[in-house]
Design a protein around this ligand. Structure first.
Ligand code: NAD
Length: 177
């Protein structure tokens, strides 16, 4: 029997403990996982503060912290395209072949199902705290966000002065106020 390979695509802005948990769980069913870094062209904005490279680094370190072997996953940046109807072909073009798609995102589920992929919906974990949007909101408002991301992600965000980046790009110019 061949290798069973899955794919999980997310913006991971930033990668948080929910992402890490479903990545770990996926290895109960598959041999290899493709982690697609969605909207890879985006960075330095309020919704997408981190570059694809920074997100690759954060995930790589977090996966190594979890002792997930480096030869069991692929980290692949996936830029957005303007046509949803051909997005699955775009993903297929960038990634090794895969048999199963993990996604909680209804649009992604629909697009892959229409191309006859087996789509699994991972359970949402502590969604109240574990969502990129809430973590970014907490960063902006000096609330506690640190405990919701892996230690290595926290370290990387501190190293690149990520919270100040987010605050600066979110602040309004004087003439906008
Ligand atoms: P995300 O980082 O918010 O979530 C990724 C996945 O992580 C989710 O599907 C969910 O399964 C899981 N997850 C998130 N929080 C969780 C929690 N608390 N517990 C357990 N699991 C959790 O990313 P997203 O916004 O869904 O990313 C989708 C990407 O696909 C975007 O970059 C989007 O632009 C891209 N996309 C692009 C096109 C196009 O270019 N035409 C079309 C469809 C999707």
């Amino acid at each position: 029997m061949g290798i069973k390979r899955g794919i999980l695509i997310g913006r991971m802005q930033p990668p948080h403990n929910g992402h890490l948990e479903i990545i770990k769980q996926s290895f109960e069913d598959i041999d290899e996982l493709i982690i697609g870094i969605g909207s890879s062209q985006m960075s330095h904005s309020q919704s997408n503060p981190f570059t694809a490279g920074e997100r690759v680094l954060m995930l790589k370190k977090a996966l190594s912290e979890q002792k997930i072997p480096g030869d069991s996953y692929y980290l692949i940046p996936i830029p957005d395209i303007m046509k949803n109807s051909v997005w699955v072909s775009h993903v297929e073009n960038l990634c090794p072949k895969f048999n199963v798609v993990y996604s909680g995102n209804p649009l992604i589920q629909r697009l892959f199902k229409e191309k006859n992929y087996n789509v699994e919906i991972p359970p949402l974990i502590d969604r109240k705290n574990l969502s990129g949007r809430d973590i970014r909101f907490k960063m902006l408002n000096n609330e506690n966000w640190e405990e919701f991301v892996p230690k290595s992600v926290l370290k990387t965000i501190n190293k690149i002065d990520g919270v100040n980046r987010l605050k600066e790009i979110s602040s309004k110019e004087i003439n906008e106020i």
